[in-house]
Write a protein that binds this ligand. Structure first.
Ligand SMILES: [Fe+2]
Length: 257
């Protein structure tokens, strides 16, 4: 029964999203980006921000986390420190969040033209038992395709927590196949390392680690399986643009500034 409900949800999501995309109109200027997101679930653009811009953002994040008096979220390990809704308290971040390029890709992929949302600024350090950004392998939604714009503000290597993504894991047929084969349970959106190992083995998929210089922009359909890799050293500064079609979900309200 749970399997059938998941299939029906996938079909309903497809129809609703296609309707919205048609209504939003053609976006030929972001065709490459939207096609990559549709096929692979991932698109990377180097040098979106300059080194100087990244440095400015890093200094501002340090200020907001270490002494700005804002609402700072910290994970259990004390590694991941986040300022949600940083765009509400700092114009520099608001300008980044309003980048029309992101909105065009969002509209082309999801059909959402007037999103609600916010910008999250995060600094994650290497601490014992850190789980990486996002708390391990997950989908942001088990059904709805999501669009997230992520920007690295310092150089990100294998050791300091790259964004990791399983390409094509966002595709509906891939999701359904996993339910049929019993790799994942219908509706499941958090995964253990063992479940991911089995998934990779069953599907022949691979983990893509997004290694990139400061200023690299990453677009992802975060319905796909992803995480921030646990850090074995160093620090990572990053910005995440969140978008929703409707209202901001209630559990984000307490994270407001
Ligand atoms: Fe996520």
């Amino acid at each position: 029964m749970a399997f059938l409900i998941s299939i029906l949800k996938e079909i309903a999501e497809l129809m609703l999203r296609k309707f919205r995309i048609i209504k939003a109109g053609n976006k030929p200027e972001v065709h490459v980006e939207s096609q990559a997101l549709k096929k692979e679930g991932l698109y990377v653009r180097p040098d979106f921000l300059s080194k100087e811009e990244c440095e400015g953002f890093r200094e501002a994040i340090d200020f907001h986390i270490d002494g700005g008096g804002g609402n700072v979220w910290v994970d259990e390990a004390g590694a991941d420190q986040r300022v949600y809704f940083i765009n509400d308290i700092d114009e520099k971040f608001q300008n980044f969040y309003e980048t029309s390029y992101f909105r065009d890709v969002l509209a082309a992929c999801t059909g959402t033209t007037s999103p609600s949302g916010m910008l999250l600024a995060a600094r994650i350090n290497c601490k014992d038992n850190n789980k990486g950004s996002g708390g391990g392998w997950h989908r942001d939604s088990p059904v709805t395709h999501q669009f997230k714009a992520i920007c690295y503000l310092n150089d990100v290597e294998e050791e300091n927590g790259p964004f990791q993504f399983v390409k094509r894991s966002q595709r509906k047929w891939e999701v359904i196949k996993c339910y049929v084969r019993g790799v994942f349970k219908p509706g499941q959106y958090r995964f253990t390392d063992e479940e991911i190992d089995r998934y990779l083995l069953e599907t022949g998929s691979e983990i893509s680690s997004v290694i990139g210089k400061a200023g690299s922009l990453v677009f992802a359909d975060t319905k796909g399986v992803h995480r921030g890799k646990p850090l074995s050293g160093g620090v990572r500064y990053v910005l995440f643009c969140y978008f929703w079609h409707g209202d901001i979900p209630p559990h984000f309200q307490k994270l407001r500034q």
